[in-house]
Design a protein around this ligand. Sequence first.
Ligand code: COA
Length: 162
Amino acid sequence: MSAEGLISEFYVDKKGEIILVTVFVPEERENLIRMYEEYDPESRCCGLPPNTRNGIESWIDALHKNGYGFIAKLGDRVIGHIAAVPENSEAEFAIFIHPDFVDRGIGGELIRFASRVMREKGVRKLKAITERTNRRAIETYRHLGFLAVSRDPLYVYFEKEI
Ligand SMILES: CC(C)(COP(=O)(O)OP(=O)(O)OC[C@H]1O[C@@H](n2cnc3c(N)ncnc32)[C@H](O)[C@@H]1OP(=O)(O)O)[C@@H](O)C(=O)NCCC(=O)NCCS
């Protein structure tokens, strides 16, 4: 299957809502910024997302200039985002699900979708970093087959061959 044939999928989440997972396109930039403007401070991880509109814009634009973007949508609303920055055959990604939509399987679906698309583009290893206190992210990565390859006092470093 080519990456071009895999640009979006529908998924019924654990509350029965129909969620679209798809590749980020510039037309979604404003919807994505809106999601991050609503992001509550307790759900931030590794100092992200930035907490000002200017900071969010610069962060999103830099991520998408250098890498891959994926989003989850409910209707017109963006409710989840992955940005992945490739280097050779590896890519490091960050994922954020809107706080109102966590624990519904959406993060897992978005990671699976992004993995398939990036594999089609030649990526063979995914990397993710999270804070040691972020139980939800740690359990999510483990559940999806990521291995914790190292730790330091603040962060856990995950990898997965895809
Ligand atoms: C971490 C985060 C991305 C996870 O996304 P999510 O949509 O809440 O997670 P999901 O509901 O898809 O869970 C992912 C998988 O892990 C499993 N899982 C989640 N928490 C689990 C737990 N405590 N124990 C066992 N399995 C767990 C789920 O069952 C799911 O598997 P499934 O899809 O096969 O059912 C999301 O909660 C988030 O955005 N948090 C704030 C920002 C953040 O921490 N980002 C990541 C680090 S930078």
